[in-house]
Write a protein that binds this ligand. Sequence first.
Ligand code: FUL
Length: 690
Amino acid sequence: MAKRIFLFAALPLFVIALCKGQTTTPKPFGPVPSENQLRWQKMEYYAFLHFSINTFTDQEWGSGGDDATTFNPDSLDCRQWARVCKQAGMKGIILTAKHHSGFCLWPSKYTDYSVKSSPWKNGKGDIVRELADACKEYGLKLGIYLSPWDRNYAGYGRPEYITYFRNQLTELLTQYGDIFEIWFDGANGGSGYYGGANETRKIDRTTYYDWKNTYKLIRKLQPNIVIWNDGGERGDLRWVGTEAGYVGETNWSKLDSTGEVTWNMLHSGLENGNAWVAGEVNTSIRPGWFYHTYEDGRVKPLPQMLDLYYNSFGRNGTLLLNFPINRHGLIHGNDEKVSAQLAAAVKEAFAVNLAASATAKASNVRGHEKNYSASNAIDQNQDTYWATDDSVTAASFTLNFGKPVAFNRFLAQEYIRLGQRVKNFTVEALSGGEWKLLAKETTIGYKRILRFPTITASQLRFTITAAKACPLITNIGVYNAPLILTPPTITRKKAGDITISGPEKEAVIYYTLNGSTPTNKSAKYTAPVSSTGKAKVRAVAYDLLAHKYSTATTEQFDITHTNWKIVGTSDENAANIIDGNPNSAWHQHNKYPQDIVIDLSNTENLAGFRYLPEQNGNAGVITNYEFFVSQDGVQWQLADKGEFSNISNNPVWQVKNFSTVHARYVKLRAINNTQNNDDAGYAEIDVITN
Ligand code: FUL
């Protein structure tokens, strides 16, 4: 009886609750970020600085055997680094305190292979200290890259190295103030100097470093740090599976805390993962991570920088953008310039948020309450959000601008403190009395930004079509970013024909062949331009309506390949290697080492060569090589040998210079490849002449 009375009394409350919807605060859904992860995510954009002894030997990886006196920057200035990063809009800097070479940029007590044995400041300097001070001055956070792989240390591969590694970690985490992130590279074990042993040492990167205990030490020394690790134990952050500067459009900030991590999981996260592990997009402003003079003209132009921006923290990631420090100990002017251009372009693009002056309405509001209303998503307050009732996982949100307005960017943010929820959504615009679909997308997470062609519309409808739990949206933005033209691409065919193309239909292309910057008075590109011998081509795209230029593209070509021949194969496709088209490749499948011989048809003054691996896949990527030259194709002379460092993660042009020799034939001998199979692949091989 008592039970029945209770039910009877409770019924009206229940009915009221049903009509009113939920009034309780939404519960967390699935894994949620820690305070450290949240703080880090909000940084969005920060710098990587690659600098080591190999900066001075022009290599991507130091072998560990280069003499410490090689390290000798003449005008090192950490305040310049900090100033450039600050002006670029970055929030912190991660420095390669020790890269694979084992050379330490701070005077570690545990090795002589450091700045203390270099001529820089007579061995009295400490770059980590100078950078820590500069970061403080410029209001930037400091992070540390400490390579687990050490190609110098004699005991690498044996248990003693772990003590050495932890000792160095302790120095770095106790002597330089707060460290926001620690970065443990996935490249681990291989050939090296190792105290003079000069051998190959293999380790199991999942067990060798005993990460569990190393993590305990790190968290004790720096309780506010986030750990990035691409080998073994799951850290707080994950690699996104590429160094090319983009994360998956679908990007869940989750993984499983144990078990195998596939490439797809790195790139797109794991929808039902049980641990919060957000993605960090790491890429370099130039093709390489370390400084090479020959890349001064290869700094990513503004449109590519904007792609990095939209494809990283526009896709629920963060952007860790690398500046190589040059031999003077400075960030090169070209890199500084384009990073400042990006900051200005972003500022301009996001200057006016059209959503802020619109009215917002949602198809469902949690408990019909003001606390969760649609307007919370446009109030510029990251602590309030629009929420639906628990039972509602699909809902729409409409912005009424009151009049037709032009826009081409849409931004959305979830309130991730309570987990990542949205699976699918669409964006539509009411234009000319009709709803037009602008985008049909998947995840949102911390921040998602969409780009689409400019549309003029009076309303915008954002519809969440599926979510894992009631969606919580903390911010919606709508913007009209100015047009930025993509610079043209320049290629040259085997016979010397130069082709220039650009993606923008409204634009025309102007070019020069004398190295000067083209204007609309220069030659207009209409058809392939023929050329012989060396050529320096510069081209711009020009928008006739907006009267705007793209930045200029420059390509320098060496001698033409007109009469070149691949020797010793009847396969016609072998000519793909010398056709000037980076997108066509050729592979051979013999036992390693494998040779490819090119007859240049004339004796040339050879001073180097270039190798580009296959660009549309990762097969047959050569890691170690020998390069021979010959006058007659019979007697060969070794001109150069070495490794194509980091080619697996970063398959860009590999440039090798050597002392000038006169020869007609060249032979690239592939010693091994990244996958240890019998595949040798080539997109292009070219020579450098004097
Ligand atoms: C890679 C390294 O091998 C490169 O040299 C560079 O440091 C990059 C960030 O990570 O795995």
